[in-house]
Design a protein around this ligand. Structure first.
Ligand SMILES: [Zn+2]
Length: 397
């Protein structure tokens, strides 16, 4: 048999290869072997009928938390990967220098989905809910650089959460050290924004082309649009220079008002990511396909949202070999149905919007192997206590 797997008659959407329309996708030896309008079924060991479904590269989620069991936020990636089409997970700062070896052994090595990381500038990572930058003794540039050098196959950038609580009086110093670390190891810096201080204008001065500003549709003080719903000029300028705006929906960071203002200004998020974690997985974020559906219903096309969850995050993390159905690429593939009906979606302030379509994952392949559905871990013991407080903080009723 020439092919291990043949996915037949699906509607292929591959933004990287600019491929559209009904195609067969063949897999051999864990890589994409061929994509063509018709491939010989008698040369495939396994045939999947994808008629009426969309076939896309496996999704890449640029902002996740998947260090389960060792951090406040972490979930286990594989059970969610199997039901959402996300084959590559970028963990955004769950691990710092002190906890990276554990992340590598217990998350990366234990997962069938592909896991990469942005190393937290805080050596303690995200073991607790917040305050990780409030003690600058935990922002050790030299130690961070040593961990990066020993783990360049997994660590693709540096992460810093810069808001009122995480910094708690230390101002911009943690961000300056994150900048220094990122420059020293020549990797991008991902910065989270939310509440102030520090103020967005001061944070932005430390960002460079190729860096990632996550929570770009936040509704908090550091939102990227002003009182007249216009994008701050300094953000527009940074975007033109190559700063990547990443959604990072999460429990606190997706405001329909901000998103609609940015779309009206012609600046949708460059990357649509979930910020999936112990709380956001319970809603109203839920998962990446639901987050993509929100943008479909805001008027983005299907190829456009798929690009923002495949080829674009692949480029942002310096892994253009992923997020594509090019021949020779790893056979990470997702199948979706685009269901039509009457749906209500919510932002983190529980503001509703009606929608007509919902993207639903039906199968997820990593390296040509189907990820089996598996039960997800129950919420951590602190979630029941903390979720109502988080929801109150973000103005839900
Ligand atoms: Zn996050």
């Amino acid at each position: 048999m020439r092919y291990d797997l043949l996915i037949r008659d699906g509607e292929v959407v591959d933004p990287d290869g600019e491929l559209r329309g009904q195609h067969d996708v063949a897999v051999a030896g864990g890589t994409i072997a061929a994509v063509a309008p018709s491939l010989p079924a008698d040369e495939a060991a396994c045939i999947v009928d994808a008629r009426g479904q969309y076939v896309t590269p496996g999704l890449i989620d640029l902002h996740t938390h998947c260090y389960w069991g060792a951090t406040y936020w972490g979930i286990e990636a594989d059970p969610v990967a199997a039901r959402s089409g996300v084959t590559t997970w970028l963990d955004a700062g769950s691990a710092g220098a002190y906890s990276f070896a554990g992340f590598r052994r217990y998350a990366v090595d234990a997962s069938r989905a592909r896991l990469f990381a942005f190393l937290n500038i805080a050596t303690i990572g995200l073991i607790a809910r917040t305050y990780e930058l409030s003690n600058l003794d935990y922002c050790d540039v030299g130690l961070g650089a040593a961990i990066v050098e020993a783990n360049r196959d997994v660590i693709l950038g540096i992460k810093a959460r810069i808001d009122r609580d995480t910094t708690r009086g230390t101002g911009l110093e943690a961000l300056r050290r994150a900048r220094e670390l990122a420059d020293r190891v020549k990797l991008p810096l991902m910065v989270h924004i939310s509440t102030a201080p520090p103020r967005i204008a001061d944070i932005a001065r430390l960002l460079r082309p190729g860096d990632i500003l996550t929570h770009c549709c936040t509704g908090h003080e550091n939102r990227l649009v002003d009182g007249q719903s216009r994008v701050h000029p300094f953000i527009r300028e940074l975007g033109q220079q190559g700063l990547i705006l990443d959604l990072g929906h999460g429990t606190g960071s997706f405001s329909y008002a901000s998103a609609e203002a940015m779309l009206a200004e012609g600046m949708p998020p460059d990357v649509i990511s979930s910020d999936i974690h112990q709380l956001s997985v319970l809603g109203p974020m839920y998962d990446l396909p639901t987050t993509l559906s929100k943008f479909l219903n805001l008027g983005l096309s299907l190829p456009d949202v798929i690009a923002r969850a495949t080829a674009r995050p692949a480029a942002a993390m310096g892994r253009p070999d992923l997020g594509t159905l090019r021949v020779g690429a790893p056979a990470d593939i997702a199948l979706f149905r685009l269901e039509e009906g009457s749906y209500t979606f919510h932002d983190v302030f529980m503001q509703p919007r009606r929608g007509r379509v919902h993207l639903v994952n039906t199968a997820t392949y990593v390296g040509g192997t189907l990820l089996p559905h598996a039960p997800e871990r129950p919420p951590a013991p602190w979630v029941a206590a903390d979720l109502p407080a988080v929801q109150r903080l973000h103005g839900r009723r």
